[in-house]
Design a protein around this ligand. Structure first.
Ligand code: NAP
Length: 302
């Protein structure tokens, strides 16, 4: 099975390396060509455009950034659509809009090209280890044809429904992680103000009903003031924007989502967009006047 791979960023590069290690024949393209070097050293063929990737492949994986970027590499000039053939499968693994996903899929179908949306969770460590959680939308038979590929990239592969629904489940994932992150920020701040070592609070609560990935992984980083990114605030904000747009389209009000999005926006305003999502605690500190940073104040508008 010939695989095409477009987008060799933090996530795409290790995913593509895993496919090469598993013995797949892979053709790669990346906007910044230098990022293809390591892949070519590991046996990948280099294409000059997404179109050429599609010409040389039966399954084409994209993992770029936002909705417009996926549209550009698939439907743009010299894009996948131009090089694709009936029977090919496009798998988009970026996190983008469910509605734009459906639009891209409908266009691809005009040429007999199937599409799956298969966004991932698990971060760069999951991409490196091949243990991602993959939420797949699209036809079950199309997923079945791609299972050997998904099994290399992830540990939990869930067929969640028709095209676009993978993205909707990924947005649920983003609501869960960001609102839980906000709860951890509040607990750590409350704990510090109470004169208790927050590490002791984390230890005492993590195995009970309050335990979560955010408490265990992000809580200690907040306490250590380690704001190095695992998952950048800029990307988190993109996903919360997508979740908000989808909620509006569904005529839903989600107050916790609105609030955490506002808090993250304050971090971005204060130049913290490239920091990890645990830096959310700084917005809370600004509300409470306890930040040592010179900063734009936060006032709740929600
Ligand atoms: P990244 O490191 O910033 O990489 C983005 C990739 O997309 C790069 O290869 C970039 O090319 C390419 N790209 C962006 N816009 C493009 C365009 N208009 N045309 C062509 N190529 C374009 O991002 P990442 O962390 O790998 O994330 C990729 C996707 O996975 C995002 O949708 C993100 O939300 C999702 N995701 C990320 C994580 C995570 O922990 N990082 C976890 C789960 C899901 P250049 O090299 O030229 O910039």
């Amino acid at each position: 099975m010939r695989i095409g791979f477009i987008g060799l960023g933090i996530m795409g590069k290790p995913m593509c390396l895993n496919l090469l290690k598993a013995g797949f024949s892979v053709t790669v393209w990346n906007r910044t060509k230098s990022k293809t070097n390591d892949l070519v050293k590991n046996g990948a063929s280099l294409a000059i455009s997404p179109r050429q990737v599609a010409e040389k492949s039966e399954i084409i994986i994209t993992i770029v950034k936002d909705s417009a970027d996926v549209e550009e590499v698939i439907l743009g000039r010299d894009g996948v659509f131009e090089g694709g053939k009936a029977g090919d499968i496009v798998i988009d693994m970026s996190t983008i809009s469910p509605f734009i996903t459906q639009r891209i899929a409908a266009k691809l179908l005009e040429k007999g090209i199937e599409m799956l949306d298969a966004p991932v969770s698990g971060g760069d460590s999951g991409a490196i280890a091949g243990t991602l959680s993959i939420m797949v939308g699209g036809k079950a038979e199309t997923l079945a044809r791609c299972l050997s590929v998904f099994n290399v990239l992830g540990k939990t592969i869930t067929h969640v429904g028709s095209i676009g629904m993978g993205q909707s489940v990924k947005l649920c994932n983003q609501i869960l992680v960001s609102v839980t992150n906000m709860a951890v920020c509040e607990a750590v701040t409350f704990c510090q103000a109470s004169g208790i070592d927050p590490q002791i609070m984390i230890q005492a609560t993590q195995n009970g009903a309050a335990g979560s990935w955010q408490l265990i992984n992000l809580g200690p980083k907040m306490v250590r003031r380690d704001f190095y990114p695992g998952f950048m605030i800029d990307l988190q904000q993109k996903d919360l924007r997508l979740a908000t747009e989808s909620a509006q389209a569904l005529n839903l009000k989600l107050p916790a989502l609105s609030l955490v999005k506002e808090l993250f926006a304050n971090c971005v305003e204060n130049g913290e967009g490239k920091e990890g999502s645990q830096a959310l605690i700084k917005a809370l500190e600004r509300i409470n006047g306890s930040s040592t940073l010179s900063s734009k104040k936060f006032s709740l508008t929600f």
